[in-house]
Design a protein around this ligand. Structure first.
Ligand code: NAD
Length: 462
């Protein structure tokens, strides 16, 4: 029976980062993974493959819409879907093999198979049982479906099926205008599908700053996505050649039906913890079925920790990674910590949408006095040169102290631009600190500085 300081169950961004950090901190570490490849949902059927398709489809969009304007003439390329899928698979392979290499380099043992925890301190993988002083559950999440909607991964698909469709659908119905629905919906719209998104709420992307969400919606509409809000999907059925989706409009209870070649169900995800034996161990769960943990990621069972999508908090790869590092530090006797107030969220559409910290709505609700500094990418030369001037940066700062409370960006490279604001927030910076930091010209990041200037004496280029 092999014996470890720590066994991590699951090799997604939470699990593999935790394993590498544990090993770096001198702990004898193993990581259990039942998939053929490491990396979990994110690398195999989530973040990474979807970014490959987003990139390819955006390149196509540029060829079709912007090349001629720049004097680049000639027929736009045709889509070879099988080749695009092969490119996506190659990107996955490079990344998953990269983690395998990092495991070897850091001497993390990969225990291949699906784990159960027969009793505290033991992890069973296949026929073998391993001892562990500590166990970290990092088993992630799986798609949550709706009553009346059965995912077959052929005609009615989750994000997993949507990343490997045999052909580009003519008509795609998307249930849920959250992150997955809009990222993948916009991919297929750019590839020529007629996309209809049905959203229960009156706003898309719940939780996003409402002003950003409104701009986002109108930009998506310009890109050809039909978005129907206030639409409660009741059922979806796969027929011989088409699927049908039934929904009611909440405003008048009227019933409607649309048909589609493929239906993407993107109504959220739920913790994936089946098969671990948590019930028998007596692990406490939250009301929403997540593993309950304290501030140190300890579950109710001594020596058993949990991180990532399996516990509370935003279901984001980078949140899981940070928790993975924090728990490794805790197990190594250090002080692991995650600042949940500064976790960025990014929607990888074109343009990208990024957010960190408070929204205007949350500040109003908290009765907090704040000021708003906004700057449109129309005033940014670099964005204009890239045909990417749609969108704006918005910084929210405390009315009295000028401390940055939140930031919201819709525009080119928003997912990268947000990070200077995250760093500033980590250091408790005021908007003036950002405004007084020299930003290279011409870059899109100047729009961030201008928004910070707008919190004070005013932006220069607006
Ligand atoms: P989500 O929670 O972001 O959005 C689900 C949407 O479905 C909501 O807007 C909800 O109101 C709607 N909905 C629920 N029931 C409905 C019904 N009956 N009819 C119509 N609409 C309905 O969920 P998601 O997009 O599936 O993503 C799942 C998780 O994965 C999220 O936590 C997300 O943050 C994460 N994720 C993040 C990224 C990223 O960071 N870029 C990418 C993919 C997924």
């Amino acid at each position: 029976m092999a014996s470890y300081d720590v066994i991590i169950i699951g090799s997604g961004p939470g699990g593999y980062v935790c394993a590498i950090r544990c090993a770096q901190l001198g702990l004898k570490t193993a990581c259990v993974e039942g998939r053929e490849t490491l990396g979990g949902t994110c690398l195999n059927v989530g973040c990474i493959p979807s970014k490959a398709l987003l990139h390819a489809s955006h390149q196509l969009h540029d060829c079709q819409h912007n090349f001629e304007k720049m004097g680049l003439k000639g027929a736009a390329p045709k889509v070879d879907w099988q080749q695009m899928l092969a490119y996506k698979d190659e990107v996955i392979a490079q990344n998953t093999k990269g983690i395998e290499f990092l495991f070897k380099k850091n001497k993390v043992d990969w225990l291949k198979g699906w784990a159960t925890i027969p009793e505290p301190g033991l992890v069973k993988v296949g026929d073998e049982t391993h001892k562990a002083k500590n166990i970290v559950i990092a088993t992630g999440s799986e798609p949550a479906t709706l009553p009346g909607v059965e995912i077959d991964e052929k005609m009615i698909v989750s994000s997993t099926g949507a990343l490997s469709l045999p052909k580009i659908p003519k008509k795609l119905a998307v249930i849920g205008a959250g992150v997955i629905g809009l990222e993948l919906g916009s991919v297929y719209a750019r590839l020529g599908a007629q996309v209809t998104v049905l959203e229960y709420l009156d706003q898309i992307t719940p939780g996003l700053d409402a002003e950003i969400a409104r701009t986002f919606r109108s930009l998506l509409k310009k890109q050809g996505l039909e978005i129907i809000t206030g639409a409660a999907v009741q059922s979806a059925e796969a027929l011989k050649t088409k699927a049908k989706v039934n929904y009611t409009l909440r405003k008048d209870d009227s019933t409607h039906q649309i048909d589609a070649d493929v239906v993407l169900v993107a109504t959220g995800r739920k913790p994936f913890t089946q098969g671990l034996g948590l019930n028998a161990l007596g692990v406490d769960l939250t009301k929403r079925g997540q593993i309950a943990t304290d501030g140190q990621y300890r579950t109710s069972v001594p020596g058993l920790y949990a991180i990532g999508d399996a516990i509370e908090g935003p279901m984001l790869a980078h949140k899981a990674e940070d928790e993975g590092m924090a728990v490794a530090e805790i197990l190594a006797g250090q002080k692991g910590h995650v600042n949940y107030g500064v976790i960025p969220g990014v929607i990888y559409t074109a343009p990208e949408v990024a957010a960190v910290g408070a929204t205007e709505e949350s500040l109003k609700e908290a009765g907090r006095a704040y000021k708003v500094g906004k700057f449109s990418f129309m005033g940014n030369g670099r964005a204009k040169a890239m045909f990417a001037a749609d969108g704006f940066v918005k910084i929210l700062a405390d009315a009295e102290t000028d401390r940055i409370l939140g930031a919201h960006i819709i525009g080119p490279g928003a997912g990268d631009l947000i990070h200077e604001i995250c760093v500033a927030m980590e250091f408790g910076a005021a908007a003036e600190d950002l405004a007084r930091t020299c930003h290279a010209h011409p870059t899109c990041s100047e729009a961030v500085r201008e928004a910070a200037l707008a919190c004070g004496d005013g932006a220069i280029h607006s």
